[in-house]
Ligand binder design. Structure first.
Ligand SMILES: *Cc1c(COP(=O)(O)O)cnc(C)c1O
Length: 368
């Protein structure tokens, strides 16, 4: 009997998440120094993290021989002040991805249906499959979540609906009116998870708090990986009713959020100026890259996040040719294979990227 025969059969069929390539690997493969490689593949903050967050992390590093405070009390209280909710309404995760998995552990059984958009962030689907639930995908006309289609797809077996707004990889968001009406229309047996990984990039993000206060079965997800620039520390959180959070806490490992991450996250929340500055710079970067793509005759999907989906034709080829020039971008799966996802970089990175895109296009047409 071989080892895989002993494995849970679900694991053998489980698709694997493809992360963006690390800088060091691309440098090694193509003979660059790491400084020459420009990573625009994982929607990180190109300006880095706030110095307040870094300093707080350094202080916490002195005490890493100690386990973190189990429930992340200090950060949860800080989050309570930030969102005007109670500390008991927050759960910390090793990235918000861990909270997506906790949702699966707490609520999903085989036979349950998880409803997602066809081009939604892929982790929802991976978690649903891992739990043996069925994934129901609805169409996304104009690459935007169609909440009417999602409403129509609800059955007696629907347990959990994920809505990322803005969504990754499309960058599209749903309006406050649409989301409000959708949440109010959900039947009793359905949970709603709003993934707000890019909410800080919106001028007017959706406010889930009134729905929590009305007792609806909702959970908001946020992360410190994107605008806060702490992706390497792995810290995110969920917020909802004390009852919802209590159930999720039951499924969590004792020290899932590390002490350095917790301290840095508190520092990040204290530095609102940094977040505002990065939001403005990102908007300028979106304008810069969109305009540059238009000059090259490339269509982009209008984005409300910190990346752009660019229609290049053959995404895989462009990905490889850009990578050979030291730019790491993100090719898409089959259903979006004409597109490349490109994270917004610094002004200088964006300029270099656009130049490289132009060269790749020229060489492509020369080869025809
Ligand atoms: C990046 C991202 C996350 C958060 O990931 P972390 O685990 O917190 O790093 C969640 N949802 C979406 C849609 C994302 O793009």
């Amino acid at each position: 009997m071989n080892l895989s025969q002993l494995a849970n059969p679900r694991i053998l069929d489980q698709p694997v998440y493809q992360p963006g390539k690390p800088i060091e690997q691309v440098a090694r493969e193509h003979g660059f120094t790491p400084e020459d490689v420009c990573k625009l593949a994982s929607n990180e903050n190109p300006w880095g993290s706030s110095t307040t967050a870094i300093e707080a992390g350094k202080v916490a590093l002195e005490s890493v021989y100690l386990y973190p405070e189990g429930s992340g009390q200090a950060l949860r209280e800080k989050l309570g002040q930030y969102h005007t909710l109670d500390g008991s309404q927050f759960i910390l995760g090793n990235g918000s991805n861990e909270i997506i998995e906790l949702l699966g552990h707490v609520f999903l059984n085989p036979e349950d249906e998880v409803l997602v958009g066809e081009h939604a962030f892929v982790v929802y689907k991976l978690v649903a499959l891992l739990m043996g639930a069925d994934v129901i995908e609805t169409e996304m006309p104009r690459l935007t979540h169609d909440l009417d289609a999602m409403k129509k797809a609800i059955t007696d077996r629907t347990k959990l609906i994920f809505l990322p707004s803005p969504n990754n990889p499309t960058g599209t968001a749903n309006s406050t009116e649409e989301i409000s009406a959708f949440v109010r229309s959900l039947p009793e047996h359905v949970l709603f998870c709003l993934d707000e990984a890019y909410a800080e990039y919106l001028d007017d993000p959706f406010d889930l708090r009134p729905f929590i206060a009305e007792g609806r079965k909702v959970l908001g997800l946020r992360t410190f990986s994107k605008i806060h620039g702490l992706a390497g520390l792995r810290i995110g959180y969920g917020y909802g009713s004390p009852e919802m959070i209590g159930l999720l806490q039951q499924a969590r490992q004792p020290f899932n959020a590390n002490s350095v991450a917790q301290a840095s996250a508190i520092g990040a929340l204290e530095d609102r100026d940094w977040v505002d500055l990065c939001r403005r710079r990102n908007q300028a970067g979106l304008d810069q890259v969109s305009a540059g793509c238009a000059r090259l005759g490339l269509e982009v999907v209008p984005s409300q996040a910190n990346f752009l989906l660019v229609k290049v034709g053959n995404g895989r080829t462009f990905f490889e040719q850009l990578q050979a020039r030291g730019f790491i971008t993100r090719p898409m799966s089959e259903s979006l294979n004409e597109y490349l996802r490109i994270s917004i970089g610094t002004e200088e990175q964006n300029e270099r990227l656009l130049k490289a895109l132009g060269i790749v296009m020229q060489e492509g047409s020369a080869n025809l």
